[in-house]
Design a protein around this ligand. Structure first.
Ligand code: KIV
Length: 273
């Protein structure tokens, strides 16, 4: 008997149904097999293989350097660790902007080579032609509005979006256009909670997944390393809740190991052959 028999797989329809019923959608990022397995077993609805891997796994200052090949490898590892959660792959910088062909080809690679079930694309109304074509090719797309980290230099830093009327109307116009293009969900990042609330209410079927966008979104997402306390000192955005602080635990375990090896306390007789 297959061990996957009783698993109720999350699909994009699950997102749509949950929004309709007012049930919150849970999303966390993951970048490797083991964490994906833990998230899946804990009951998370969806795992986003975020290009935040660029920062939290590879140590870059922003998300711009990470490549398609590296994102494909992270996504494949996550997909191997998950049986139930919907796997969404983040399309990295320059994997979709240059042309429609590039965007379709790279989006397709995530499904074909890494077992992703959807892709995420940053950008507002200007990305609609690209998103439409990808969806027409059978690839579900999650949008991403607000502070879009691939445009960090244009924003001039992690600035809260939707504070001015022009920004609010751009966000609303973009959200409606992404829904009309067929996005099943969209991330709303770092924006005034009142704007996220209005967008969430205005969208009929597209679920909003917030990060720094208030409690009224249809669901929430956090970067796994950040919520587990595996983050750079001084990185303390207001929206981040740290559910565990693993840094001192890991640090202590490493120091104990170093001391045991130096003092010939590891391995002991039971740990030897
Ligand atoms: O890359 C990422 O982790 C993301 C989330 C912050 C939404 O885009």
């Amino acid at each position: 008997m297959s061990s996957t028999k009783n698993i109720k797989k999350t699909t994009i329809q699950t997102f749509i149904n949950k929004k309709a019923k007012g049930e919150k959608i849970t999303v966390l990022t993951a970048y490797d097999y083991f964490i994906a397995k833990l998230l899946d077993e804990a009951g998370i609805d969806s795992i986003l293989v975020g290009d935040s891997a660029s920062n939290v796994i590879h140590g870059y200052k922003n998300t711009l350097p990470i490549s398609m090949e590296v994102m494909l490898a992270h996504t494949a590892a996550v997909a191997r660790g998950s049986q139930r959660a919907l796997i969404i792959a983040d399309m990295p910088f320059l994997s979709f902007q240059p042309s429609l062909e590039t965007a379709i080809y790279n989006a397709g690679r995530f499904l074909k080579e890494s077992n992703a079930e959807a892709v995420k694309i940053e950008g507002g109304i200007e990305m609609v032609p690209t998103i439409k074509r990808i969806i027409e090719c059978g690839i579900p797309v999650m949008g991403h509005l607000g502070l879009t980290p691939q445009s960090i230099h244009r924003f001039g830093g992690p600035k809260v979006q939707g504070r001015k009327e022009k920004s609010r109307s751009y966000l609303m116009e973009s959200a409606l256009a992404l829904e009309a293009a067929g996005c099943f969900a969209m991330v709303l990042e770092l924006m005034e909670a009142s704007v996220a609330k209005e967008i969430t209410a205005a969208l009929k079927t597209t679920a909003t997944i917030g990060i720094g966008a208030g409690v009224d979104c249809d669901g929430q997402v956090l970067v796994i390393n950040d919520m587990l306390g595996l983050r750079e000192e001084g990185f303390e955005p207001k929206f981040l809740r740290e559910y565990a602080n693993l840094t001192p635990l890991i640090s202590e375990a490493i120091k104990m190991y170093i001391a045991d090896v130096k003092n010939k306390k590891f391995p002991d007789e039971d740990e030897s052959y």
